[in-house]
Design a binder for this molecule. Structure first.
Ligand code: URP
Ligand code: ZN
Ligand code: ZN
Length: 463
């Protein structure tokens, strides 16, 4: 099947150009001037006049079907990938979660069983390491051979995923030896647990106290500690879901000092705030995630960080739990509210608002949502770019279309929208995954088995 996308503005991380895009089979084969494309004969022509033609979004941080807090995140790989496609994301990198006492390779098998044959878009895995021992460290090598080249660790959640500084150092040393990237959930979980116990003992049980017991200073401290451990071990470090100005300062300092430290933030930290956690009744539970939503000054710092490249990726940390049956588990005890916010469908649209508002440029939008995640996680130039030889993961985006985000219209398998009623300028018109149109004309045309597992290379900023 050959397709010619005509009349659009091709946007890459490098800039914009008026060009037609020729797709043959699963790949982009050429960018053509309109004159040159007049002579081409193809099976289908897609008119992209007045629209952007961008590389499909890469969401490097999702949690489909993730066991957490006594329940499981509500999107399967099937429903989550469908929602992602609607929102212009054509690749997800999800987290396989090692349970204590289990092996990394058995974990990987388990995640393959969840995703293989069920995902409509291409997907890869990071590995969450929660049980550091000799066998685990050895297995990191086999994971890398299997295309899982990044390992997430937690300074938060004592008793669940938490790793001590010593364990983190060991894993980082192994990352140094193997070339892997360590991803860090940087919050001081030991101190936070004391604050949580104090709040609950004092009868402060509302969702707002989830935010108040996880102060930004404890994210800043943990981020600085993670950076120090990575420096001693000599491994690359990627801070996930960075939310606080204090943490950003630590990252900026490390980068200025020449250390291989990278960081992502998420749309919820740019567009939502602590005020949402304080919504009346139990509604704040919809906004419980960790690190928590912050005050608006932090969001302003994050937008700045996206401009200066101290924040180089925006991922969603999509981790949906239904309000009625799952968030409910924490009524009367905020510490029992499953942590996570749904968002895989909205990242491209939300970050486009950053373009509309003048916070970031159009090429930067593409860079932080697609090109840099591709390079960071070993997928470039197969993904993350519109160029000959790349996979035809292409989004045609209408910058003038208006839409209102709502649970009534979204496609994620969750009973609320964290962005209910938010008016958006811009909308996906067409999503293509490896040359196949999976969203067009307001219809979903994908199928569960279309997505391939992506065996990823090492971090390409370090090669
Ligand atoms: O609240 C969050 N972030 N839930 C998902 C798990 C994690 O820490 O990324
Ligand atoms: Zn985390
Ligand atoms: Zn996460």
């Amino acid at each position: 099947m050959s397709i010619l996308i005509t009349g659009g503005t091709v946007v890459t991380s490098e800039g914009t150009q008026e060009a037609d895009v020729l797709v043959d089979g699963e790949q982009i084969v050429a960018l053509l001037t309109p004159d040159a494309s007049a002579d081409v004969s193809v099976d289908e022509v897609i008119d992209a006049t007045d629209m952007y033609v961008i590389p499909g979004g890469i969401d490097a941080h999702t949690h489909m079907e993730m066991p957490f807090g006594g329940t499981s995140s509500a999107d399967t790989f099937e429903t989550g990938a469908r929602a992602a496609a609607w929102g212009g994301t054509t690749t997800i990198v999800d987290f396989a979660v090692q349970a204590k006492g289990t092996s990394l390779l058995a974990t990987l098998d388990k995640w393959h069983a969840k995703a293989d044959g069920n995902c409509a878009i291409d997907y890869g895995f990071h590995m969450i390491v929660s049980d550091v021992n000799e066998a685990t460290l050895k297995e990191m090598e086999a994971c890398i051979e299997g295309g899982v080249t990044s390992f997430k660790m937690f300074m938060a959640y004592p008793g669940v995923f938490y790793a001590t500084d010593g364990e983190i150092l060991l894993a980082m040393q192994q990352a140094r030896r193997t070339g892997a990237t360590v991803m860090m959930h940087a919050e001081n979980g030991i101190a936070i647990d004391q604050l949580v116990a104090q709040a609950l003992a004092a009868g402060r049980t509302d969702p707002l106290h989830h935010g108040l017991t996880r102060p930004p200073e404890l994210e800043g401290e943990a981020t600085h500690r993670a950076i120090t451990l990575a420096k001693v071990a000599g491994c690359p470090l990627y801070i996930v879901h960075l939310s606080a100005a204090q943490a950003l300062d630590a990252v900026a300092q490390a980068r200025d000092d020449g250390q291989n430290v990278f960081a992502e933030t998420c749309p919820q930290y740019l567009f939502l705030s602590l005020d949402d956690l304080g919504r009346p009744g139990f509604e704040g539970a919809k906004y419980v995630c960790s690190p928590p939503l912050r005050t608006r000054e932090h969001s302003a710092a994050l937008w700045r960080g996206l401009r200066t490249n101290d924040l180089c990726v925006v991922s969603t940390d999509h981790c949906p739990f239904c309000y009625k049956e799952q968030k409910e588990l924490g009524r009367g005890d905020f510490a029992k509210i499953p942590n996570g916010i749904p968002g895989v469908e909205h990242r491209m649209d939300l970050l486009h608002q950053g373009v509309v508002a003048g916070e970031i440029t159009l090429p930067r939008w593409v860079e932080i949502c697609s090109t840099t995640p591709a390079r960071m996680f070993g997928l470039y130039p197969r993904k993350g770019v519109i160029a000959a030889g790349a996979d035809a993961d292409i989004v045609i985006y209408d910058p003038a279309e208006r839409q209102t985000l709502s649970v009534a219209t979204h496609h994620m398998n969750v009973d609320y929208s964290a962005y209910e009623g938010m008016e958006i300028t811009g909308k996906v018109a067409v999503t293509m995954s490896r040359g196949r149109v999976i969203v067009a004309d307001g219809e979903y045309k994908g199928s569960p088995g279309h997505g391939n597992f992506l065996a990823r290379d090492l971090n390409q900023y370090l090669l």
